[in-house]
Every structure is written in C-alpha cells, then in structure tokens.
Design a protein around this ligand. Structure first.
Ligand code: FAD
Ligand code: SF4
Ligand code: SF4
Length: 463
C-alpha cells in the first residue's frame, strides 16, 4: 500500500502558517522506496519534465543513502525540495509509474522531498560539471528568478558561463516566494535552494526591473552579456470585469498573496505590512491560486466561501489541496458565478451578488460551458473578496522593448529553440506558455540554457 506522509491536524493548522505535510521518517521512506520495482525502462522518468533518474534515486534511499539520492536528483533538478512539495506529481512522474496501472503509484514526490530535506540540500557542495566547462568566458543575463530563471541560471553556471540573474522584487524565487504560501512551501526551503543556485556561482541582483532599471540594449551592449534569458512569469492578475470590483475589500489574488507570503502580513504589526480580512471572505476561482487564497484567509480567522462557476470535477486545483481545504472548513459553492460586488452605506464591500450556473456543451477548452440559470440570483455576505481567476504574462518588459514580438494575452513569441524576435534573447516559463506549473517552467529553463549554449558555441565557431 502507498504510504502518505502525515499531515498536521486541521483543527490546529488553521491557526498558523506552519507546513501542513510532514516529511517521511527514514523508516517510512525505506518502506515506500521498497515498493519501487526498479523498472529498466523507467516510465516514471519519462513522465518527469526534467527526466530525473527516479529508480536511481529511490534505490539509494532504499540503501539508506539520502545524500547520494539527493546528488542523483540534482544531476537533473536544482530545486528538489520545492518540486517534492508542489509538483503536480499525479499528472507527471506518478501518472507514468507502472504501479499506477493496477494500484497506487510509488509516492515519488514524498521520496524526493525526503531526500532533499534529510540531506540538508543547501549545505551540499555545488556540483560544477567541470568536464562540461565551455571555457568560453562568456556571460549571460537571466531576467526573473522564478523556477524558469533559477533553473536556466543554474544550468548555464554548471556549464561554465558567468551568470547574473536580475529580479525586480527584493527576494528571489518568483511565485515560490510571493505566491505559494508558507504552509505548502516554507520560505526556508526556497531560500536554501536559491542558496544552492548561488553556490553554483550565479550572481543574483534583486530590486532590478529589467527594461526600466536596466534595458535589454544595455545588457547586450555596455554590460557585455552575450545572451539574455527572459523568465519574467505570468504575474498580471485577471479580473472579472464586474461592477464593484474596485471597492475597498476586494483584492486581486496577487496582491492578497504578496502581502501574506512576501511581506508576512500575518505577523502584522510586528512586521509593517497589514492585510485586512473580514469575518467572512469570498474567494472566486477554482485553481491552486484560489485555494491558496482561501486557506490563507481561513488562517487569518475568516469564514471562507470559495465560488467556482463549474463543478468540482472541472476544478484545475490539485486534488490533495482540495482535500486539505475541505478539512480546513472552506465552504465550496460550485456552479456559482459572481455578478456584482455590493457596498454598504460607507462604501465598503458587504457582499457579492451571484447567480447559479448549469453546464452546457463543451467549449474550446473541452470543458462543459457554464450557463447562467435565469432568476437564480442570490447574495453571499462578505467583507473581503479575493479574485483568483487567472494570471496573464507580465507585460512590462515587452512594453519597454518593442522589438520583442508578443502573442495571445502578451506571451512572448519564440522559435523552437526558445529564441525571441531579438537575436541572442531567449525566453521560457510562464512568460511564453502562459500560467502553467513549476516543473514546466523548470523544463523551459533547462531547454533555454541548452539553446543558449548551442547559440554561443555557434557564434564562437563563426568568429
Ligand atoms: P515566476 O515564478 O512568475 O517568476 C517570474 C519572476 O520574474 C518574478 O519573481 C518576477 O518578479 C520577475 N520579473 C518579472 N518581470 C521582471 C522584470 N522586468 N525584471 C526583473 N524581474 C522580473 N505550480 C505548481 O507546479 N504547483 C503548485 O502547487 C502551484 N501553485 C501555485 C500557487 C500560486 C498562488 C501561483 C500564483 C502559482 C502556482 N503555480 C503552481 C504555478 C507556478 O508557480 C508557476 O507556473 C511558475 O512559478 C512559473 O515560473 P516562472 O519562472 O516562469 O515565473
Ligand atoms: Fe516528479 Fe516533479 Fe520530481 Fe519530476 S521533479 S520526479 S515530476 S516530483
Ligand atoms: Fe519505480 Fe514506478 Fe518508476 Fe517503475 S515506474 S521504476 S515502479 S517509480
């Protein structure tokens, strides 16, 4: 039987922001690792976007060698403590595990986390692959320090390039730092894995808004970088576009989560940033972002209703997180669509007028289209609302650099090798794909690093 790590009881965890899921004990890790059949063709590794040698690292855990297991993982993945916690494993490596056909897959994510946590990853010596050193003595600039930027920077540094990573915020990590809450991904883990990337020789320059503090021309010109990788993510919130959305009390998910995760508003007034959460909160959306907002509001003492216009079956959020939210007392209102945010006599948010929906024929996404049921309007009382209905690519850099070709919703257009419309400027992660996952952003970072390496070698060859 598949082992799952223990979780903090919901009655106590709703009172704090501590991590919910515990790490396997060495005994539990051994038992779970023993379920792996060590398949020769390793379908699980093919299901992992960064192709970790999964049977290889699981075997080392079984032999009681977590540090060696971690080194094996790090051959392909510089952020294992993060991936072990937030990867949608059920759609990736674990979906491809042979045991999934007639039973339950090996708990690969929990074993990866066990290796990362028990071997104290940041303290391991960085693994520069000296044989791969290019000796080109060239430098590359990376813009954005989320999983795509960190991975690209780490891979280039391992290949011997000088890498500087520019981040507009004061802390590196992208969504890992400002979006995903402490109770799912402790910031100490993010800091440790960023430290590992620094240990590979990557220089991280925070508080630098590329395109404004420093332009692409400057990077490629007087700053002397030979190539640039843009990994600026999808941080632009989408809104519902309904009446009352600007009322005090209505937050975008980005602002709400930034206040709580990046600025630690739950420690106000010890720390400077506040967040106002009323007795009743309504969160709009059905993805991981909406669930994170709902669970944060719950921990800040609010009763929370999450409204989603389709049914539970269509929710894009991870099942595990839906279960956690249910246990924590989040009320789910399916087939419900907000129509208007309502104000009280002082102009503050007092509630949300909603309408019931039913599912019609499938739309372009293949999911059944929600249709309003006339006459079914009703009001949910709430002094706080959080709109978590999606993010678009960050538009700032493309605005500052008109030479960068953009596609639908402001994504950056690239060729198959991730080169943008500007020679020597590559891009990957959410800024190219639109909002996706940590591991897909990391895979793009790896692909970008390989493409930049090939491009610079070709340039050197021609010179
Ligand atoms: P980001 O992580 O967005 O990083 C981009 C970075 O670029 C940011 O730090 C930004 O400040 C910086 N930047 C932007 N413009 C500039 C500029 N001009 N100059 C310098 N820096 C700039 N995925 C999962 O797999 N599992 C989950 O459980 C999960 N939960 C999520 C929860 C939330 C709340 C959110 C918002 C997303 C979640 N995701 C999850 C999605 C995942 O986090 C993203 O797909 C991933 O972080 C994208 O990585 P990225 O490197 O492309 O961009
Ligand atoms: Fe699975 Fe993600 Fe780890 Fe790959 S990185 S093995 S997809 S948990
Ligand atoms: Fe082990 Fe499953 Fe991978 Fe086979 S497919 S090697 S059982 S994790």
């Amino acid at each position: 039987m598949r082992l799952k790590p223990a979780r903090e009881p919901s009655s106590s965890r709703i009172n704090n922001f501590s991590e919910v899921t515990r790490v396997f004990s060495p005994q539990e890790a051994l038992v779970e690792a023993s379920r792996c059949l060590q398949c020769k063709n390793a379908p699980c590794s093919k299901g992992c976007p960064v192709n970790i040698d999964i049977p290889g690292f699981i075997k080392l855990i079984k032999e009681g060698k977590p540090a060696e297991a971690l080194a094996k993982i790090k051959e392909r993945n510089s952020l294992p403590g993060i991936c072990g916690r937030v990867c949608p494993q059920e759609e990736q490596c674990e979906k491809a595990c042979v045991l999934n056909k007639n039973g339950e897959p090996v708990n690969i994510g929990a074993l990866e986390r066990f290796a990362a946590d028990s071997a104290a990853c940041a303290k391991m010596p960085p693994m520069i692959e000296k044989d791969k050193k290019t000796g080109l003595a060239l430098s590359v600039a990376v813009i954005g320090s989320g999983p795509a930027g960190l991975t690209c920077a780490a891979e280039l540094a391992k290949s011997g390039y000088t890498v500087e990573l520019f981040e507009s915020l004061h802390l590196p990590g992208g969504v890992l730092s400002y979006g995903i809450p402490e109770f799912r991904l402790p910031k100490k883990i993010v800091a440790d894995e960023v430290a590992y990337v620094r240990g590979l020789g990557v220089k991280i320059s925070p508080d630098t808004l590329a395109g404004y503090t420093i332009s692409l021309e400057e990077l490629l010109g007087k700053r002397g970088f030979s190539a640039v990788f843009i990994a600026s993510g999808a941080g632009l919130p989408q809104f519902l576009g309904i009446k009352g959305e600007n009322l005090p009390g209505v937050y975008s998910a980005n602002e709400f989560l930034c206040r709580i995760n990046l600025m630690k508003a739950y420690e106000f007034p010890t720390l400077a940033t506040p967040v106002n959460v009323a007795e009743e909160t309504i969160v709009v959306g059905g993805g991981n972002v909406a669930l994170d907002c709902a669970r944060c509001a719950r921990r800040l003492g609010s009763r929370v209703s999450l409204v989603y216009r389709r049914t539970e079956a269509e929710m894009p959020a991870r099942r595990e997180e839906v279960e956690n939210a249910v246990e924590e007392g989040i009320k789910f209102c399916f087939l419900t669509q907000p129509l208007e945010f309502l104000a009280d006599s002082q102009g503050l948010l007092s509630g949300v007028k909603c309408i019931k929906m039913q599912l019609g024929e499938p739309d372009d996404s293949g999911r059944r289209r929600p249709l309003a049921l006339p006459g079914s309007e009703f009001i949910i009382n709430a002094g706080t609302a959080v709109v978590a209905v999606g993010q678009n690519p960050n538009p700032l850099l493309a605005k500052a650099c008109p030479g960068l070709k953009t596609g639908p919703h402001g994504t950056l257009v690239t060729d198959d090798a991730l080169m943008t419309s500007i020679p020597g400027v590559f891009a990957g992660g959410d800024i190219v794909s639109g909002a996706a996952t940590v591991i897909s952003a990391m895979a793009a970072g790896k692909k970008g690093a390989a493409a930049i390496d090939a491009y610079l070698k070709e340039l050197k060859h021609e010179a």
